[in-house]
Ligand binder design. Structure first.
Ligand code: CP
Length: 316
């Protein structure tokens, strides 16, 4: 049976622990994994723009000794001639060993996974889910804090359309004593299905509009941009785009170990003067994204590398 990653829930907490353990070993001993995917090919099929997710998956496969192919824009694929995601998934299965797909349509990755005979990784489907970003976020939090339980996270910005937020909340509710503070304009509140799910599980959450009112209570501040591409009209976007700007002055009120994360790209919501603050962790987060995607590719391809045995790192 092939295995896909469509939502963070596709892995149990125990399986996620194994993934994080593998990612940590990759971080500290990359040479052991440098040939693990020799002869394997990853197809990156992106119907929506991306810098990190596409290049991070490609870097991950290259670091593992594999090769990559794909398209960075649906406009240069046969989607422009009317080819469906289902047919494309069948075709890619003839070329590659694993496929990563991003689409503006919710559910597109699930369709691809249904028709593909190779593992499919969801690299973001509309405003729905972005599971590899979530794995990145979890590994980053675990590496910075040392644990994934018992902390308060503030999620700030576009909580309505931000798929990274939806995925991260879904994943974090499985860890004990995680408290959520949602910081958003009223128009961009986290969807009702999420607050209903939190209430059903009796998980603590609060909704506020101002960062300044809660920043001192946070262990993690997860900033997000206003998702311009998902607005129905420009006027609403222009009104809301600068609603939040985290700067060094605001961050002064935060705890000394309150880390600032952001899935990136950033627009205006974090001023550049925050970048030099030791709590600014968003560029470290990008690096963790490569380690976790390397671990994910190995896991979905069911490739085991005995971490105790050093692998050759060059031609012998
Ligand atoms: N975080 C993220 O998804 O970035 P990209 O859109 O650049 O892939």
């Amino acid at each position: 049976m092939k295995r896909d990653l469509l939502t963070p829930m596709d892995f149990t907490v125990e399986e996620l622990d194994e993934l994080f353990h593998l990612a940590e070993d990759i971080e500290h001993h990359p040479e052991k994994y440098a040939h693990a995917c020799e002869g394997k090919k990853l197809a990156a099929c992106f119907y929506e723009p991306s810098t990190r997710t596409r290049l991070s998956h490609e870097t991950a496969m290259l670091n593992l000794g594999g090769r990559t192919m794909g398209f960075p824009d649906g406009g240069v694929s046969s989607a422009t001639k009317g080819e469906t995601v289902a047919d494309t998934a069948r075709v890619i299965s003839c070329f590659a060993d694993i496929c990563v797909i991003r689409s503006p349509k919710e559910g597109a990755a699930a369709v691809a996974a249904h028709y593909a005979s190779i593992p499919v990784i969801n690299a973001g489907d509309g405003g729905h889910q972005h599971p590899t970003q979530t794995l990145t976020d979890l590994l980053t939090i675990k590496s910075l804090q040392g644990h994934l339980d018992n902390f308060t996270i503030g999620l700030c910005g576009d909580l309505k359309f931000g798929r990274t937020v939806h995925s991260l909340i879904n994943a974090l509710v499985r860890y004990p004593h995680v408290r959520f503070i949602f910081i958003s304009p009223p128009e961009l509140r986290v969807p009702d299905y999420i607050t209903e799910m939190l209430e059903e599980k009796a998980i603590s959450y609060e909704e506020v509009t101002r960062i300044e009112d809660v920043i001192q209570n946070l262990d993690i501040l997860y900033m997000t941009r206003i998702q311009k591409e998902r607005f129905f009209n420009e006027e609403d976007y222009v009104r809301l785009k600068n609603y939040y700007i985290l700067d060094e002055a605001k961050l002064q009120k935060a705890k000394p170990d309150c880390y600032v994360l952001h899935p990136l790209p950033r627009v205006n919501e974090i001023a550049v003067d925050v970048d030099d603050d030791p709590r600014a962790a968003y560029f470290r987060q990008v690096q963790y994204g490569v380690y976790i995607r390397m671990a994910l590719i190995l896991t979905l391809l069911n490739i085991q590398v005995d971490p105790s045995i050093p692998q050759p790192s060059g031609n012998i």
